[in-house]
Design a protein around this ligand. Structure first.
Ligand code: ADP
Ligand code: MG
Length: 287
């Protein structure tokens, strides 16, 4: 491809809402045959709302909400933003976000954790009592997180968001170009399959840590596939960097944007198909 043609392709991409990072990116875009999509914030809106609270062991529901809000006060994650309510009247210190797991902070001097049940268990929290409420939420297709103080689980919060308006159409457009869509998420299988069904995706990998996401990308590549990964979160950054083509949602985190080859200016997953068509068209005219 001539430098001029690539420049024209990049210019056209920018007009369409696709920022192309570097001259060799269009060639890689053209060769993609598999498109792996993150769920939360990519196929879904990422605007999660709280659907329910289940207090455990005599805890107070309002206290569970208040502790979660305090611990998530500085969270960037869609789950955290749903739980963080304005005006927390608690002393919060030592906030740590664990990608694909949850958050840990000291609230009024005590360690509070909010996150997925498996992560809390790995942190030494006694999560057994939370199991039934977590399973019930997941069976409804929601995301369930456990709130713990010290090593005691105090409650389960259920959050959910919806499919982006353009996601099902975006998946249809990928298939029309001969690309196979795959859903890859850190969220639970129930939530993953609910969204996959709405989006029209049949290949689903759920419950993956950021390292697990990376391993899935590598395994697909070892099958001989040329893999694009589309994501928005800190938890997607390693997978975006490992993919043959990393694509970041424009409204996503800085970490995702920095790891990507293509950045979608609008949070519209249909721009993935637009980029592939552009790459195919640009490189055909200049051969
Ligand atoms: P996704 O792949 O859907 O974007 P992540 O890998 O970011 O999901 O997160 C996986 C799971 O980890 C979430 O579904 C949630 O249970 C938990 N989690 C991640 N971040 C947070 C947070 N800030 N607060 C609570 N739970 C979280
Ligand atoms: Mg995400």
């Amino acid at each position: 491809a001539t430098p001029t043609a690539l420049l024209v392709g990049s210019g056209r991409g920018a007009q369409l809402g696709v920022l192309i990072r570097g001259p060799e990116v269009l060639e890689r875009t053209r060769r993609v045959d598999t498109v792996v999509l993150d769920k939360t914030g990519t196929l879904t809106t990422g605007r999660m709302t709280v659907q329910g609270v289940v207090p455990l062991g005599g805890a107070d529901a309002d206290e569970v909400r208040a502790l979660a809000a305090a611990a998530e006060h500085d969270s960037e994650h869609p789950v955290g933003r749903a739980l963080a309510t304005a005006g927390v009247a608690r002393a919060v210190a030592d906030f740590t976000a664990v990608a694909g797991g949850g958050v840990r902070a000291r609230v009024d001097g005590e360690t509070v954790r909010v996150g997925r049940i498996g992560w809390l268990a790995s942190e030494g929290v006694a999560v057994e009592a939370a199991g039934p409420a977590v399973e019930a939420a997941e069976a409804r297709g929601a995301t369930a997180v456990v709130v713990a103080r010290g090593d005691a689980a105090l409650g389960v919060l259920e959050v959910a968001d919806g499919l982006r308006a353009g996601s099902a159409d975006a998946v249809r457009r990928l298939r029309a170009l001969g690309l196979e869509p795959v859903l890859l998420t850190g969220d639970n299988a129930g939530a993953a399959h609910t969204i996959a069904e709405q989006a029209g995706i049949t290949t689903v990998f759920a419950g993956e840590t950021p390292e697990g996401k990376l391993a899935r990308i590598r395994a697909l590549q070892q099958e001989g596939r040329v893999v694009a990964m589309v994501g928005d979160g800190v938890n997607d950054a390693a997978a975006l960097a490992a993919a043959d083509l990393g694509i970041a949602m424009g409204g996503g985190t800085d970490a995702a944007g920095a790891a990507a080859d293509l950045v979608l200016v609008r949070d519209d997953p249909a721009l993935v198909a637009t980029a592939v068509r552009l790459a195919r068209g640009t490189l055909r005219t200049i051969r």
